[in-house]
Design a binder for this molecule. Structure first.
Ligand code: ADP
Length: 507
């Protein structure tokens, strides 16, 4: 199988969230299974720095509004997966976050930056590509590459016998849609006719994600529960109608973990190591974490941890609401690492100053500390209001830090609540809230602490999570089954748009 994996971020090249983890690990797992996969990603400065061996392979001409772009090929530092870095000085050579300027606002030219990425993916996915490699599948990820299936559709509607790869649109988070003014449409080389209910139009805007969801051959998202949730009014962010109409084409595949980078037995970020069989080292990590974060060094005090974007989605405002009560009722400690909404950041800073030695907070992004929190804490708190898949709860499972989660999306698919029945059947691996409400979170923490007090039972819950198969191999096999299904001959569907369309300038 030959797969072009188009993405706007991939670990370890550049990362802002879970998409990067998937984009690093899934191609690596497919590569391991013997398939030819290439990652297509913008050549941000960080990407070029880390692709030390990159060489120019070709120049593409006549891209709308940008003219020429270059493709440079290198290899992923750890997995050896080939990477095509899309190079254009003005579009991608800027410091900082791939999506936001230094003020935290979207880069003004994001529609152009990511339409260009999507357009190049579509060009490479067809037999008239300038590269000798041909792909069977183009795997698009989130709104940043949502236009690829639309470009493919209009390319083929001009040349009906043109052979192109099948497209898969994966949704990692439906909340981010890339919705822009319709005035961008023709500037980006798509025909005006595409601005239609049966096309890229979304409540009067031009939606990159809707384009992907409408035009792709198949759709996937990152957990079975989220695949069902996004078809409902509560979680569909306006896309539920389209997703319901395409439910036959939509599958949920739970993400795996990078089990090499996240292994408590070898993790280079940890001061001591441990495993399900030999848990002792976890205590040393906890004491070192308490020490480094200015918490009292108390091995027996339950240490609760948070590593997260601090946004409404993640539900940590609920933790702030109940924190005083919980800290007054229980002898616990809390460590928080994250960044996001200013009020939430301030809320945790203030909480830490009210409880010196018991609550610690670091605002910012810190890979090493995130590993030490995962390993050094006793309970990982993740009360997300919605969570397409979530990785942190799985890191918690793997690090013997039972996750406490809300019952939604991938959290519901990976965490099994501890109760009499699940303990007896040796399934229990964490704690699950029934509703995203502060009182429910409080009760769930209290319940978890009652288990923490029973050492043998706690260790059973820890070991259950630690012994689970959480790697990418299983998920990669599910994606391969999906790709294979996409390649089966089938009747060419006709989209409800006129075939007399404007030109898409390719190369
Ligand atoms: P999302 O992608 O919605 O932010 P996930 O749980 O799917 O949430 O993935 C988050 C990823 O980002 C995890 O790898 C997590 O460890 C990491 N992460 C989030 N915030 C921070 C932070 N402040 N410092 C370090 N890593 C973080």
């Amino acid at each position: 199988m030959r797969i072009l994996f188009a993405t706007s971020e991939a670990h370890p090249l550049i990362k802002t969230g879970g998409l990067a983890d998937v984009s690093g690990a899934l191609p690596a797992a497919l590569h391991q299974l013997g398939h030819q996969v290439e990652i297509l990603i913008p050549a941000y400065p960080a990407v070029l720095d880390k692709l030390a061996d990159a060489k120019k392979v070709c120049t593409l001409h006549h891209l709308p509004m940008v003219g020429e772009v270059e493709l440079w090929r290198g290899t992923m530092p750890d997995s050896g997966v080939p990477v095509l870095a899309l190079r254009h000085e003005a579009l991608y050579q800027r410091a900082g976050n791939p999506y936001l300027d230094s003020q935290g606002h979207d880069w003004q030219d994001n529609p152009l930056r990511f339409a260009t990425l999507a357009h190049v993916a579509a060009i490479l996915a067809c037999e008239d590509s300038p590269l000798p490699e041909h792909f069977d599948i183009v795997h698009c990820n989130d709104w940043q590459t949502g236009l690829t299936p639309a470009y493919l559709y209009y390319k083929r509607s001009q040349r009906t016998n043109l052979k192109c790869a099948k497209s898969l649109m994966s949704v990692h988070n439906l909340a981010f849609q890339g919705n822009y003014s319709p005035s961008w449409l023709t500037q980006l080389g798509l025909p005006q006719q595409a601005f239609h209910l049966n096309g890229v139009e979304f409540y009067g805007q031009f939606s990159f994600l809707k384009a992907g969801l409408f035009y792709a051959d198949k759709l996937s998202t990152v957990s079975p529960s989220y695949a069902a949730e996004i078809q409902t009014d509560d979680f569909g962010f306006g896309m539920q109608g389209l997703l319901q109409s395409r439910k036959q084409d939509l599958v949920g595949i739970l993400n795996g973990l990078d089990t090499q980078a996240w292994d408590p037995a070898t993790d280079p970020y940890l001061p001591a190591h441990y495993s399900a069989k030999q848990l002792d080292g976890k205590q040393q990590v906890k004491l070192a974490l308490q020490n480094s974060m200015g918490l009292a060094e108390e091995a027996g005090t339950a240490l609760l941890g948070v590593v997260s974007r601090l946004t409404h989605q993640k539900g940590l405002d609920m933790l702030l609401e109940i924190a005083d009560e919980v800290l007054q009722q229980h002898a616990i400690q809390l460590v928080v690492l994250g960044s996001g909404e200013a009020t939430m950041q301030q809320g945790f800073i203030d909480l830490a100053s009210r409880y010196p030695g018991r609550v610690a907070c670091q605002i910012g992004y810190d890979e090493g500390l995130s590993h030490r929190i995962m390993a050094g804490c006793d309970l990982f708190i993740m009360p997300s209001r919605f969570e397409p898949c979530g990785l942190n709860q799985m890191y918690g499972l793997r690090y013997g830090t039972p996750p406490l989660v809300n019952r939604t999306g991938g959290l519901a698919d990976s965490v099994i609540d501890s109760n009499q029945e699940s303990i007896a059947s040796k399934q229990a691996n964490g704690f699950v809230m029934h509703r995203a409400e502060p009182d429910e979170l409080k009760m769930c923490i209290t319940r978890a602490l009652s288990y923490y007090a029973q050492e043998k039972l706690w260790q059973q819950i820890q070991r259950q999570g630690m012994s689970q198969e959480l790697g990418w191999e299983l998920s990669a096999k599910r994606y391969l089954e999906l790709y294979e299904e996409m390649l089966k001959p089938q009747k060419r569907e006709s989209k409800e748009v006129s075939s007399k369309v404007g030109t898409v300038s390719a190369n």
